[in-house]
Design a protein around this ligand. Structure first.
Ligand SMILES: C[S@@+](CC[C@H](N)C(=O)[O-])C[C@H]1O[C@@H](n2cnc3c(N)ncnc32)[C@H](O)[C@@H]1O
Length: 392
């Protein structure tokens, strides 16, 4: 039956609730609400249930009409209640009821839109926090209870370094490049296109000057990171980060870089970090029970783990914040706690760290592998990636 006729039938019954008190729900083209809470998407569930229980064909037609109304309404927020996610659920319900695959495809379309929209502007952060809250230790709970604003804005952007980038994005970047130019940069393109754009449009004198001032040791030490983090840094901070930024804007494709997108726009646009990608969600969820949290210095953890206990160490950039002597001492303890053939992986940001010659007999550097991975690394601000193998 023609979807238009079906929609009319849905509206005529009076059982369908257009223009309910909610002002949040979106209306479909003909003025019907599309939402799950008091609109067409919710009525798909009602009519499919009625059809299953009472068997009358009329109810199946009503379900299809309501589904069309939910599908065709203009895009709204990603919400389950009033937005795209709730509408996707409605269409999924019709697919399960009717077995018509086309409704599964339509549900997917809406769900994908919901995922994109929600990432940027979730309205459910407090609700998610309330679900996690019970599982938190009491000091952690007290901390987050006192920071509702950070939760509402998203904890992913709440850190000191993230705030530093936010200041850059809001107050420095607009002095150099328009929003349109940033959009053009993030569109990426072939290596030739990227290089030409960088040379001719992006790498202006003003960009170079402001970059060097804002990412200087002085500014970063006051606004972005604890000044003590710089105790072991050698050489010019800004020059090194500038070279890495140039690499990220030209040799890497900005269209694939979630971190660059976040820094320049405050959102992930066309790319997501690995852990946030939809295809990895189930895998991560199914392995959550394999994770253990140990909130303590690595040094203490190694003492508990004992000898030859660990295959792989992902050490992030932790050697950045300790003296060379402490780094060497910790490296020896890591080797003792690791299994032969096991690997250590870590970044250098501003303090150069890799195994000393005196440990050549215990650690074999895998320089080619590390250099290749560093060349592809989208977390571009690190100056070096190191992989070392524990010798048998
Ligand atoms: C760059 S962050 C990486 C955090 C996390 N792995 C991630 O990817 O989001 C490095 C982390 O290592 C922690 N850290 C530094 N030295 C440490 C040590 N000796 N023992 C345990 N953690 C340490 C810092 O507090 C910081 O949270």
């Amino acid at each position: 039956m023609d979807p238009g006729v079906l929609r009319g039938e849905v509206a005529r019954t009076g059982l369908y609730l257009p223009h309910q008190p909610s002002t949040v729900g979106e209306h479909s083209g003909n003025g019907l609400q599309a939402s799950w809470c008091n609109g067409a998407a919710g009525f798909v569930h009602l009519w499919t249930l009625a059809h299953r229980l009472l068997g009358k064909q009329h109810y199946a037609r009503m379900a299809t009409g309501a589904a069309w109304a939910a599908f065709e309404a203009p895009q709204s927020n990603g919400d389950l209640c009033c937005g795209l996610a709730g509408r996707a659920y409605g269409l999924l319900n019709l697919y399960k009821h009717s077995g018509e695959r086309v409704w599964l495809d339509r549900a997917r379309d809406l769900a994908e839109c919901a995922a994109v929209v929600s990432r940027a502007s979730s309205q459910r952060r407090d609700g998610l926090y309330q679900r996690c809250r019970r599982a938190l230790s009491s000091p952690v709970r007290v901390f987050w209870d006192a920071h509702p604003g950070e939760i509402a804005r998203g904890v992913g952007g709440a850190g000191k370094f993230e705030n530093y980038f936010a200041v850059f994005r809001r107050f420095v970047l607009p002095l150099v490049h328009s929003r349109a130019r940033v959009t053009q940069l993030l569109r990426g393109g072939s290596p030739e296109v990227r290089n030409r754009f960088y040379r001719e449009r992006w790498n202006s004198l003003r960009w170079r000057l402001l970059f060097r001032v804002f990412f200087s040791r002085f500014m970063m030490g006051r606004l972005g990171r604890d000044p003590s983090f710089f105790r072991y840094v050698e050489g010019s901070v800004a020059a090194r980060i500038f070279a890495r930024a140039q690499h990220a804007l030209t040799e890497l494709d900005p269209a694939d870089n979630p971190y660059l997108q976040w820094i320049l726009t405050g959102q992930h646009q066309t790319a997501l970090p690995f852990a946030l990608r939809a295809e990895n969600f189930d895998k991560i969820r199914h392995h959550l029970d394999r994770l253990e949290w140990w909130r303590m210095p690595l040094e203490d953890f190694l003492a508990e783990a004992g000898p030859r206990a660990i295959d792989h160490f992902n050490l992030s950039d932790i050697f950045e914040y300790m003296s060379l002597e402490n780094y060497h001492a910790l490296l020896a303890r890591l080797v003792a706690a690791g299994r032969p053939g096991g690997r250590l992986a870590y970044w250098n940001m501003l303090a150069p760290r890799s195994r000393p010659e005196s440990m050549a007999g215990e650690l074999r550097p895998l320089d080619d592998l590390a250099a290749r991975l560093h060349g592809e690394d989208k977390a571009f601000f690190y100056s070096r990636f190191v992989v070392e193998e524990i010798r048998a």
